[in-house]
Design a protein around this ligand. Structure first.
Ligand SMILES: N[C@@H](CCC(=O)N[C@@H](CS)C(=O)NCC(=O)O)C(=O)O
Length: 251
């Protein structure tokens, strides 16, 4: 049995965080890819290791750990050297965690709205109503989210609100980089706060919304630094970006 197994999905933003952390740690793992549109995350066998019915789940020596940022923190506690992902100073650690909490509360849920409307809608549009309701009702955490999405997409008001929240998040992280002097959110040290925001910015870029930070060179530089990190390429293997699957996004 491999020491680490990761149940995840190639395009899932939460999976990106864990894959990035595993690669940043130089840790081998066996990857299991779930098809989230076929409901692989809702089978009894998967719910037994992740009762939230979401990816990712890390299995370490047979024990399951769920929730992406919990997993990343677990990996860092287990494998702190040579490149710890948390600052040594307690105050800096608190600042990192405040930022992680903000990212988990504001931009991470918000980016799901354009993702679903612009890319994932095609999976649901042609689904018969009873099949759609059955899938939505089976979701332990995302039932209401999917029902609100329907098979037609989130309404314009919800879409605009999500983009507005994302725009405010960009202002917030730009301010963090300015305050710390960069290149990372907390200055010289690359931390879990950077990993938390990384898939949100990559997703916006992937959805052709990169113009949202045209006036924020700090974010462009941060994104270039992320793309230059050795963990980036193995994390974003072919098929991890939406533009690699959905031709209409490549326009
Ligand atoms: N807080 C969780 C959220 C996980 C999550 O939302 N995963 C999404 C993919 S990014 C998922 O599994 N979606 C499947 C579904 O909605 O049924 C984490 O960070 O791991």
């Amino acid at each position: 049995m491999p020491e680490f197994e990761l149940y995840n999905a190639p395009q899932s933003i939460c999976s990106h965080k864990v894959r990035f952390a595993l690669h940043a740690k130089g840790q081998d793992f066996e990857e299991h890819k779930l098809d989230l549109f076929s409901g692989d995350q809702l089978t009894p066998a998967y719910l037994a290791i992740n009762p939230n019915g979401l990816v990712p789940t890390l299995i370490h020596n047979g024990a399951n750990i769920i929730d992406s940022l919990v997993i990343v923190q677990y990996l860092d506690e287990l494998l702190p050297e040579p490149s710890p992902l948390v600052p040594a100073d307690a105050l800096a650690r608190a600042r990192m965690r405040s930022l992680m909490a903000y990212i988990d509360e504001v931009p991470t849920p918000a980016v799901r709205v354009p993702s679903y409307n612009m890319a994932f809608l095609v999976h649901f549009q042609s689904m018969p109503e009873d099949e759609f309701l059955e899938m939505a009702n089976a979701k332990p955490l995302r039932k209401e989210f999917l029902l609100n999405f329907g098979r037609v997409g989130f309404p314009e008001k919800a879409y605009n609100e999500a983009l507005e929240r994302l725009a405010r998040s960009l202002v917030r992280v730009q301010a963090e980089i300015e305050k710390s002097g960069g290149p990372w959110f907390l200055g010289d040290a690359f931390t879990i706060a950077d990993i938390a925001m990384m898939p949100v910015i990559i997703r916006l870029d992937d959805l052709n919304l990169g113009q949202m930070w045209d006036d924020k060179p700090e974010i462009s530089r941060w994104l270039e630094a992320i793309k230059g990190h050795p963990a980036y390429s193995p994390t974003f293997y072919h098929g991890s970006l939406l533009t690699e699957q959905y031709a209409h996004l490549r326009a």
